[in-house]
Design a protein around this ligand. Structure first.
Ligand SMILES: Cc1cc2nc3c(=O)[nH]c(=O)nc-3n(C[C@H](O)[C@H](O)[C@H](O)COP(=O)(O)OP(=O)(O)OC[C@H]3O[C@@H](n4cnc5c(N)ncnc54)[C@H](O)[C@@H]3O)c2cc1C
Length: 308
């Protein structure tokens, strides 16, 4: 219930203004977000790479409402990839980028999002790395998967994301498990109705385990995005059962969450990628993280309270 209320708050512009202007929220934001600029993102990437972790960078922002903004987001990614490449951080996909299709114009119609993603994917290819298209709210899941499928004809290594909370996802995993497709599996960060999504935590976890099994049995490249210790254990067991070597799949976690576990997994020889968001538009991302970890909410509300 609390999660649903918080996720609804992620769309409130009044709350957004209040929270984004509260200086005391900075400490919490800093624990989840690398900073505001591409240089901040590169600095954090350098540190993570030095400890043997792979990285995917997300320029924060979503639901872009005009073409100019979508173009600005695209340019930001292209410049970021240039900076990362100049520092030798991108070779063999060591640092890639995650792009939200709605941030580059998916809901603006036409082929705008496609053109923008082609720009980013071309820059990524030149830098020796890849792009993954994030999954967002349910209305854009189908258009995103269709777009990813068509872009894979040109960029075979373009990754997409499946949200285990959705009832359709096991079938989506089956159709994606072949052809070397890079698929990130996550639980899903958006509040969706019972008609299309599992709502109970246990049902989402069971769906995750089923999807994981399908992907690990397939011939693609699974990217298992979760902080859940039980699911990480299941992933390890599935790798043994399916005979997958450590280079044939990866674990993924969010920046600032379970960093010791991230280093432990990397220390076992596993590929461990950290999803690092940066940029000034952190509100919706922060609220989704708080919704997952109500313990942090008390700290957050105290910081807002101390403002007045
Ligand atoms: C790399 C990555 C990329 C993602 N991309 C997308 C995307 O494109 N679209 C989308 O909808 N969602 C995305 N997500 C978010 C995802 O859908 C979940 O909302 C989020 O990861 C929380 O789910 P969880 O699997 O960690 O499980 P949860 O059920 O939230 O947590 C399970 C367990 O993990 C541990 N844990 C969780 N958080 C913490 C913490 N802060 N500190 C310590 N332990 C913790 C606890 O043991 C907890 O019980 C992504 C997540 C990751 C890791």
């Amino acid at each position: 219930m609390l999660r649903r209320v918080l996720l609804a708050a992620s769309g409130s512009s009044r709350l957004r203004r209040l929270i984004m202007s509260a200086p005391q929220t900075r400490a919490i934001v800093d624990s989840y977000v690398a900073g505001e600029t591409a240089d901040d993102a590169v600095r954090v990437t350098r540190t993570l790479r030095a400890s043997g972790l792979l990285v995917t960078l997300d320029y924060l922002g979503e639901d872009t409402t005009d073409e100019a903004q979508a173009a600005a987001v695209t340019s930001e990614y292209v410049e970021l990839l240039g900076k990362l490449s100049a520092e030798g951080l991108t070779q063999r996909g060591a640092t890639e980028v995650s792009v939200k299709p709605t941030a580059v114009g998916l809901t603006l119609g036409g082929s705008l999002a496609r053109q923008n993603i082609v720009h980013i994917a071309t820059a990524a290819r030149e830098a020796g790395t890849t792009v993954t298209l994030d999954a967002e709210h349910y209305e854009v899941v189908e258009p995103t998967l269709r777009l990813a499928a068509s872009l894979r004809e040109e960029f075979g290594d373009l990754g997409c994301v499946i949200q285990a909370c959705l009832r359709r996802s096991e079938a989506d995993c089956r159709s994606l498990a072949g052809h070397g497709t890079r698929v990130r599996l996550c639980k899903g960060a958006y509040s969706e109705p019972d008609s299309v999504a599992y709502v109970a935590r246990r049902d989402v976890d069971l769906s995750y385990a089923r999807c994981l099994k399908v992907l690990m049995n397939g011939s693609g490249y699974p990217m298992l995005a979760t902080h859940d210790p039980r699911l990480i254990e299941i992933a390890g067991a599935a790798a043994i059962l399916t005979g997958r070597g450590p280079d044939s799949f990866e674990y993924q976690m969010l920046y600032g969450i379970r960093p010791a576990e991230q280093r432990r997994l990397a220390g076992t020889g596993a590929r461990m990628r950290v999803y690092v968001p940066y940029g000034g538009d952190w509100y919706a991302y922060l609220v989704r993280r708080l919704a997952e970890r109500p313990g942090n909410l008390a700290l957050f509300l105290r910081s807002l309270g101390s403002r007045s």
